[in-house]
Write a protein that binds this ligand. Sequence first.
Ligand SMILES: NC(=O)c1ccc[n+]([C@@H]2O[C@H](COP(=O)([O-])OP(=O)(O)OC[C@H]3O[C@@H](n4cnc5c(N)ncnc54)[C@H](OP(=O)(O)O)[C@@H]3O)[C@@H](O)[C@H]2O)c1
Length: 338
Amino acid sequence: MTLTNRHLVLRSRPTGMVAPSDVEVIESPVPVIGEGEALVRTNLVAIDAAVRTWLNDQPGYLPPVEIGETVRAGTVGEVIESHCDAYEVGDVVTTFGGFSEYSVCRDDIFTTVVGRRSLGTADIDRAELLAVFGSTGATAYFGMHDIGRPQPGETVVVSAAAGATGSVAGQIAKAAGARVVGIAGSDEKCSVVVAEFGFDSCINYRSEDLNVALRQHCPDRVDVYFDNVGGPTLNAVLGRLAMNARVVLCGVISSYVTGDHPGPSNYVQLLARRARMEGFNTLDHWDRYGEAEAALRRLVDSGQLRYRSQVFEGLERSVDALNALFEGTNIGKTMLRP
Ligand SMILES: NC(=O)c1ccc[n+]([C@@H]2O[C@H](COP(=O)([O-])OP(=O)(O)OC[C@H]3O[C@@H](n4cnc5c(N)ncnc54)[C@H](OP(=O)(O)O)[C@@H]3O)[C@@H](O)[C@H]2O)c1
């Protein structure tokens, strides 16, 4: 019997937020796998900010999704058929399965075995995996551990602090002994950032003057800034850097929808404060996934790392799920069960 696959394809490139007419849920036969391939049934789709950038017609670190193609996204799923030595039936994998009930993977950097039924390690909380141990947690770990390198007593600022990456990044810095200040877009988010994620304080950038608030919340200036948003927020924090500060350029979500990247005039503070600003891409460090996973596991087990997740049910909710990140309505990791 031929199984049916439901998946979300791109019909037109969005201008601004994704419109329902930009995408369509369609049905097609489940792919027949060839030699070197495995078939994965998707459990959860990760709603990452990068998905929106792949819908634009500009090449980034991955090519744009073509019109008519399944919308690309990171996923966690289970191998149900394999013609590839790297994967066994029953393996739990993270892969780029896209907004799709089924996908095909190969033995490459995009697919990682995170549990194996034959070894008794497949009983994994899939939502926790995407929220903490998958690419979200690894991004926070690589950015904070390799570039930010917070020291005890230093002041660390994190933007999009209530979001998936920011909430984990701030907790990593807190566990390293730093004083951690979040920046988020509502009073509710700021409360969660302090009460649940354990930051020392949080600035609501929508209701407060960010320059004034940064002086109040960071009296000793900013040693590490983990930047998820770019734009005016980046500019304001650059104006408050301490000597030898490190700015971790993780993402620029404030301009993913407009495609406009205004330069930060305060970049001269990098010179004045002998500071460093460095971008990174988690995929470049994927061979160290085990190191990130182990470090994050220690923090979760010791109660130093908490997470939140929100699951949208059904491919029909894809547009709502994607836009939530850009409307700022999400707290923690956003995901979708196809
Ligand atoms: N370098 C890498 O390898 C890598 C890997 C993964 C993710 N990232 C980056 O990490 C960042 C966070 O991604 P995520 O998936 O974890 O999303 P997220 O933080 O869970 O959600 C995005 C958040 O960004 C904030 N935001 C949205 N539009 C904004 C705007 N115009 N100005 C300021 N803030 C805005 C919103 O929070 P507020 O309500 O607080 O504004 C929203 O909740 C993104 O920039 C993403 O590209 C980088």
